[in-house]
Design a protein around this ligand. Structure first.
Ligand code: CA
Length: 238
């Protein structure tokens, strides 16, 4: 996801130490960077802080269980693939039937090579999707962003954006709900070599708000996350 990161990052959410260590070792042998969360609550915190590329999520966890973690991640960060780990075959019916949004599931006891193969397959899909046509058109509320035609519209009425304003908006809306720091936005939109300062981002956000928000002082779409940066409002924020 993040161009600077050479390795894909996987978060393993598993309360059983032995299984977590075993899975971590197996995925590290695959060249992946692996972090472990031991509870659902810890997982949500780590997902926010570490922004994994993929989540391996055990169903049976103390406190917030895997179903609840999956539901929350899907609402906030729909772009992160989730593989559910289940102990019982009947749970897989629930995962599929409830359409929780897990991308795949694997039943314990599992073959670690099969697990690694599933992880690799999903990460490959993710890379294809991020360069594919499906990510070129976004709709949020009455706002649409069409990357191919380079057109932004509110309620079907096109609005004039400069190229940088457009890129900034497209970057945020492509991963709506994700918080971007100013430095990351500078890199993504202005490029690694850009010598500007993070204030540049603030100025462009202000201008975008003037153009797309009904009330720029109380933005609905382009939200400030105090101390962290900016995000495009997640679906449930609207
Ligand atoms: Ca467990």
């Amino acid at each position: 996801m993040d161009d600077r990161r050479l390795k894909s990052h996987v978060l393993v959410v598993e309360d059983e130490k032995a299984i977590a260590a075993f899975v971590q070792a197996a995925l590290e042998r695959e060249g992946l960077a692996v972090r472990v969360a031991r509870s659902g609550e810890a997982a949500l915190t780590q997902i926010e802080a570490e922004r994994p590329d993929l989540i391996l999520l055990d169903l049976m966890l103390p406190g917030l269980d895997g179903f609840e973690v999956c539901r929350r991640v899907r609402a906030q960060k729909p772009y992160i693939p989730i593989i559910m780990l289940t102990a019982r075959a009947e749970d897989t019916d629930k995962i599929v039937g409830l359409e929780l949004g897990a991308d795949d599931y694997i039943t314990k006891p599992f073959n670690v090579r099969e697990l690694a193969a599933r992880v690799r397959a999903l990460l490959r899909l993710l890379r294809q999707a991020s360069g594919g046509a499906s990510t070129h058109f976004f709709r949020a509320g009455d706002l649409t962003v069409d990357r191919d035609r380079h057109v932004t519209a509110i309620g079907g009425r096109p609005i004039d954006l400069t190229p940088k304003e457009f890129d900034l908006l497209a970057t945020l809306v492509a991963e709506r709900g994700r918080v971007f720091g100013r430095e990351m936005l500078l890199e993504r939109v202005w490029g690694y070599d850009y010598m500007g300062e993070s204030r540049t981002v603030d100025v462009h956000i202000q201008r975008l708000r003037q153009k797309i928000e009904a009330d720029p002082a109380n933005p609905r779409y382009l939200l400030t996350v105090r101390g962290l940066g900016y995000k495009f409002a997640a679906e449930e924020d609207l």
